[in-house]
Each structure stands twice: as C-alpha cells, then as structure tokens.
Ligand binder design. Structure first.
Ligand code: G3P
Length: 217
C-alpha cells in the first residue's frame, strides 16, 4: 500500500520522505488554509520534495472553471494530480482533464456508486473519506472494502485512495482490505511506530543494561 501524506507542512513531508514514507502528498482547501501559504507556492515546494503524485484541489463549482483551474494547477509540476469534487460537474472536469493525460483525484466520495461513476469518468484516484463516515456512525472501512470488490469485479484501474484516515487502526484495516493508497496526517503516520509492549520492553532493557555496567561506545 502506498503512503500519501495529507498535509502542506513541508518540514513534516521532508522528515517522512527521508524515511521513505512518502509515495505522494494530498492537499485540500482546508489544508492550504492551515498552512497559511499561497497555494501555488506551497504546492510547488511540495512537488520539489517528492516525485510522487501531489494532489492540488480546484475550488470552483462548475466544470468549465474547474477545468481551467486544473490546467493551471497542472502547470506547477509534472507530478500534480488535479483534485476535483465528486459532483456531476467534477466528473465532467475529471473526464476532460484525464483525457488530456493529467492525473485526477476525485474527492469527497461517500458511496460505492460515487466510486463507480468516478472510475467510469477516468479518475486516476478515488478518495473515499473513512473518518467522516465513522463520524456519522456509518462504517468507513466497509466502503473501502466494497469499492475494492466492485473495482476488482470489473477490472477498473482507478486506485482507491483511502482518505480521512484518523488512526493507526484505520491504516492497518486499509492495508488488510486492499486499498491501493492511504493518505493520513503526519501524526497518524508517525503513530504507526507506537506499541505499548515496545515501550515496556525497552524500559526493561534499559534497566537491565544499566545493571551490567557495560558500554558499547
Ligand atoms: O484526506 C482527506 C482529509 O483531509 C479529510 O480528513 O480528518 O478532515 O475528515 P478529515
């Protein structure tokens, strides 16, 4: 499973990239707001850190304007993935932009049918939001699993990019049900290293090592 990092924090992206943890990056208008930076400038810097797909989202509501924004965003770098919302206009923009050879990420997906039509419109990635379904007492992971089955049933090549990933458990479940990619904030990716028994074991090793009175260096 590929790891995308869901942030515009370039220091965090660099740190994870140095460890081989970044196969791509995803952003959205809320993430750009949080960064406090200009969308073109920060996206260009992100594209200089990773050669993997970097999602940059359009903000218009009609297809024509989305296509124009997508073309402008795609000029930033070769690895830009234009992110469009899962609306009828977003699907029109997806069809045109993917037809021009651009990578397209269709976002805000909450149902199997939405994922099905995004694939038919030529999406490179479909982004189902796990956490936001869990928030309203629906099962986000079940959606990932159902989309996997439908895409496999018909051989769709659209990659399932699990988004709104909030916990280490979400990451493990995504890998188990066969998501192609998951995108998560840096803190969630870093938390994958944590285990209470690792901490407990290390504490005991430290105590026992001190008792030996030895040094390695
Ligand atoms: O990848 C989508 C993400 O940015 C949304 O996450 O936690 O706001 O639902 P969240």
């Amino acid at each position: 499973m590929k790891f995308f990092v869901d942030t515009a924090d370039v220091d965090a992206i660099r740190e994870l990239n140095d460890l081989g943890m970044v196969d791509g990056v995803t952003t959205n208008p809320s993430i750009i707001l949080k960064s406090g930076r200009d969308i073109m400038e920060v996206t260009r810097e992100i594209c200089s850190i990773t050669s993997g797909p970097v999602s940059a989202e359009v903000v218009s509501m009609n297809a024509e304007a989305m296509i124009a924004e997508g073309r402008k965003l795609a000029e930033i770098a070769e690895n830009i993935t234009v992110k469009v919302p899962l609306t009828w206009d977003g699907l029109k923009a997806c069809k045109v932009l993917s037809g021009e050879g651009k990578m397209v990420n269709v976002t805000l997906c909450f149902s199997v049918n939405q994922a099905l039509i995004a694939a038919k419109a030529g999406a490179t990635f479909i982004s189902p939001f796990i956490g936001r379904l869990d928030d309203i007492n629906l099962d986000g992971m079940e959606l990932i699993s159902d989309i996997r089955q439908v895409y496999d049933n018909y051989g769709f090549e659209t990659q399932i990019l699990a988004a709104s990933v909030r916990s280490a458990n979400h990451v493990a479940q995504c890998a188990l049900v066969g998501a192609d990619v998951m995108t998560a904030p840096p803190a969630v990716i870093k938390a994958l290293a944590n285990h209470v028994l690792t901490d407990k074991g290390l504490e005991q090793f430290e105590k026992d090592w001190a008792k030996t009175g030895q040094k390695i260096l």
